[in-house]
Design a binder for this molecule. Structure first.
Ligand SMILES: C[S@@+](CC[C@H](N)C(=O)[O-])C[C@H]1O[C@@H](n2cnc3c(N)ncnc32)[C@H](O)[C@@H]1O
Length: 427
């Protein structure tokens, strides 16, 4: 099949029907940019797998595919390179007891309100320009909450197997409210203090109450957990999916649903910089950039990194790289690295998928220095090399969540034109 948009796709109809259904509130546990809309995994999980089957996402992010797999009675396994995202996905996919959470909520709030916790400078995490992001009392309240959570799980709870999972619920809720209690504008993708915020501040219209925000947030989130009925599990593995060992999964996966990072300049990690530092997933600049550099689509390159630009196995992609070299070596390198790494991921996808299994990819083209990069079509070229056959391709509306990311790109990378949904079948 040629890579041509199928306007009459039956699968597109199926997806539209799924979009009309109510989404699980669990998807709102924590902000994450570039989230899939839940209808995408849900529609294709129902269509292409049976109860008890195994769904895989090599870029699991905040776990949208994972949540939908569990909700629909399928198991899930995924890779994710960002430890914050891994933990968001984990907290959303653990079967926590709503009644227990309600009881824990009361006790933890009681500790916060009644106990005196001594807070010193060394309790406060490292964050560049910390005082720019958080008011003093906000920092103190956040630490107080953290101490009460630690105290509760250390001293007020019998040892239980699931202790860590319950504790993670509270830690990830702290992470989830950070942006709201910071000075950064919650309407912006990348953290920053906008004119609007400065104006509101000057007019005395900003009222931050950290403890009340936390109390509301845990109360609301505890109720999200009534959605998992079946005996299935999700495993999120912290790994670079272009390097990960997939032997244990060989031929076991029934369906892949994923949206890979877009090529160049979508700095997922930067959108959650405040959370990454405050929750201590990174403790300094070096750790931060080491992680950023490992991300697919990363555009943080030093000059020496792009003095030489290599090629791929694919003539059509090479033409693009050669053309880009004439315009801009840095972007030529970004494209080369992206496709060579995505090739490694596609190879792994082909190893884990059962024959006859489907892979559903949501991806869009990019424009880099006015040159169109047909990411979806090129990925399909690569996939055909690894035993996949193109079954269907149709366009999907870009949802607001990913639109905000695509318009927040940097200067040399233009906005995305389409979002494709591409279906491959493993032969
Ligand atoms: C478009 S997002 C996926 C979002 C996810 N579908 C969701 O709904 O939250 C792409 C993800 O790929 C992750 N990522 C980037 N490079 C990676 C790599 N080499 N290995 C594994 N994950 C990677 C990013 O951290 C990001 O979470």
């Amino acid at each position: 099949m040629e890579f041509l948009v199928n306007e009459k796709s039956e699968l597109l109809k199926k997806l539209d029907e799924e979009k009309a259904l109510k989404r699980a509130e669990m998807h709102s546990f924590h902000r994450y940019y570039g989230k899939l809309i839940p209808a995408i995994p849900s529609a294709f999980i129902k269509k292409f797998t049976k109860k008890g089957g195994l769904v895989f996402d090599p870029f699991s992010g905040s776990g949208t595919t994972a949540v939908e797999a569990l909700r629909n009675g399928r198991n899930f396994v995924g890779f994710e390179i960002n430890p914050l995202a891994k933990n968001i996905a984990e907290v959303k996919t653990r079967k926590l007891d709503v009644n227990l959470l309600r009881q824990f909520n009361d006790k933890i709030l009681d500790l916060i309100y009644t106990k005196e916790y001594k807070i010193t400078e060394k309790d406060i995490p490292f964050l560049i320009n910390r005082d720019h992001w958080f008011k003093d009392f906000v920092q103190t309240d956040l630490i107080k909450i953290k101490k009460a959570v630690d105290d509760f799980f250390e001293n007020y709870l019998e040892n239980s197997e699931k202790k860590d999972e319950y504790k993670k619920f509270y830690l990830m809720t702290i992470s989830a409210i950070l942006r709201n209690v910071s000075n950064a504008d919650t309407r912006h993708v990348f953290p920053g203090i906008s004119k609007r915020m400065r104006k509101l501040e000057a007019e005395g219209k900003i009222h931050i109450d950290v403890i009340a925000s936390f109390a509301r947030a845990i109360k609301k989130r505890a109720e999200y957990y009534d959605i998992y009925k079946d005996d299935v599990n999700a495993e999120i593995i912290l790994a670079d999916s272009s390097q990960a060992d997939v032997e244990a999964l060989r031929g076991k996966v029934d369906l892949i649903v994923t949206n890979p990072p877009y090529i160049s300049s979508v700095r997922y990690i930067e959108t959650l910089k405040i959370e990454m530092y405050w929750m201590e997933y990174v403790k300094n600049n070096v750790e931060y950039f080491t992680l950023a550099d490992k991300m697919l689509g990363n555009d943080h390159l030093a000059k020496k990194d792009y003095e030489t630009v290599g090629l791929t196995k694919y003539d059509e992609i090479n033409v693009l790289i050669e053309d880009m070299k004439l315009i801009d070596m840095k972007n030529a390198k970004i494209i080369e690295v992206f496709f060579n790494n995505i090739e490694k991921v596609i190879e792994k996808m082909s190893i884990v998928l059962k024959s006859g299994g489907k892979a559903v990819i949501k991806i869009s083209d990019s424009k880099i220095r006015k040159t169109k990069v047909e990411t979806g079509r090129f990925m399909t070229l690569i996939a055909e090399h690894y035993g996949f056959k193109l079954k269907d391709v149709f366009l999907d509306e870009i949802n607001n969540n990913s639109r905000s990311l695509t318009t927040a790109r940097n200067t040399y990378s233009d906005i995305i034109t389409h979002d494709y949904i591409i279906i491959w079948e493993k032969m």
